[in-house]
Write a new protein. Structure first.
Length: 391
């Protein structure tokens, strides 16, 4: 029998210790989840509306793209909710294997890929294909989040704040550029630069680097032949609005026709004319032009507002997170979404050369929608941990 002064210590079970370490019990951020579901729902509706003529003509089924996107979206939702329950800090422990696997896939796709023009972007796996660059977007966020959180106090130095993170970014950008995937190369660079800035890289060195990039961009625009042929031709077509209207300018011109014909309130859901083989592959990069035609300026503005709200809400969650690693993960994810939205709209409206940026939640792509929803799950996991700390 214990004495009156003795304390009885009850040790937690192994399962409870495991559960408390790897799983979270706090509430997720409902506004962020609600915005995600709203954008996903609208995106799927618009994907079907934009794609069914093209799918019927080329795939013999109006539902071809929609059904495949639904399947990957459902898988992505499962991954999102599972990830939202798992402690996001586990990602810090497994980032090295994820990094190695991603780099391996980026190398493999250069030698084993689908035969589509000169592009080396998709690895065929039976009835489906995977795009390693979609995984690479998350991997670069994870890798830099781990690195910066470990070296946060040294990010003002040239070595730790500029040279090493730039080296990591260069590895990803170099491999993706070899796929003839210029748009993703630009996106990866911008995601990396955003995380470096948020992580505390010296602003003077950062500004100097950006100045160099701007200079390179000016040279490329001035001398399009400096880069690979298809990208250079697109720059020429962007600069000269009369250049090759039946070829390089065809998709962009018809995108502008679609946007203009939509007016303020649009022609109505399903009533687009430009999706009938005028805007080539309207289910992909130029789906926003069909959105503008069918829903008009009003509908497009609401969608842009939803994206802006999602990014802002993500930044609010990041600001409340006391863990530097978790905060950087969120910043990376919302930066990826925000940058893709801005760049996609700039391309669709002919404000940038046609470089093929996908619109998150809207553009067709199985790997893309799955990885995007998984990343949303990471944000929800961080929000759950933050809410758990408040209790």
């Amino acid at each position: 029998m214990p004495n009156d002064n003795e304390q009885i210590v009850v040790k937690p079970s192994k399962w409870r210790t495991f559960k408390d370490t790897y799983f979270l019990t706090g509430s997720i951020d409902i506004p962020f989840l609600g915005l995600t579901i709203a954008l996903l729902t609208i995106g799927l509706i618009m994907l079907f509306s934009a794609s069914y003529p093209y799918a019927y003509y080329y795939k013999d089924s109006s539902y071809y793209y929609f059904i495949r996107q639904i399947l990957f979206a459902v898988a992505g939702l499962v991954a999102m909710f599972l990830m939202s329950k798992i402690n996001y800090k586990i990602l810090k422990a497994v980032y090295k294997p994820i990094f190695v696997i991603t780099i391996a896939l980026l190398v493999i796709v250069l030698f084993y890929h689908t035969n589509f023009k000169d592009f080396k972007r998709w690895i065929p796996l039976g009835p489906v294909t995977i795009q390693p660059s979609d995984l690479a977007k998350f991997t670069i966020i994870l890798t830099l989040a781990v690195y910066i959180s470990k070296n946060y106090k040294r990010m003002k130095t040239l070595k730790y704040g500029i040279l090493i993170p730039v080296g990591v970014i260069a590895i990803f950008c170099g491999l993706i550029y070899l796929e003839h995937h210029l748009s993703c190369t630009i996106l990866m660079f911008l995601i990396g630069a955003t995380l470096m800035f948020a992580g505390g890289s010296d602003w003077k060195l950062f500004a100097f680097g950006l100045a160099v990039i701007v200079l390179v961009g000016f040279l490329v625009v001035s001398f399009p032949t400096l880069i690979e042929n298809y990208a250079g031709e697109r720059i020429v077509a962007w600069l000269d609005k009369n250049y090759d209207p039946m070829g390089s300018r065809w998709q962009t011109n018809n995108s502008l026709y679609a946007i203009g014909s939509g007016g303020f309130f649009g022609v109505g859901l399903g009533n687009s004319k430009q999706k009938y083989l005028y805007v080539s592959e309207p289910q992909n990069d130029f789906i926003f032009s069909i959105v503008c035609e069918e829903l008009g300026f009003f509908g497009a503005a609401i969608i842009i507002a939803l994206f802006a709200a999602l990014v802002i809400r993500g930044l609010i969650i990041a600001s409340r997170c006391k863990d530097k690693f978790g905060s950087l993960l969120i910043i990376g994810v919302v930066a990826q979404i925000g940058l893709q939205v801005v760049l996609n709209i700039l391309v669709v409206t002919d404000s940038l050369p046609n470089t093929g940026f996908a619109l998150p939640f809207f553009s067709y792509g199985g790997t893309a929608i799955f990885m995007l929803l998984f990343e949303i799950g990471v944000v929800l996991s961080v929000s759950r941990k933050t809410n758990q700390q408040k209790v």
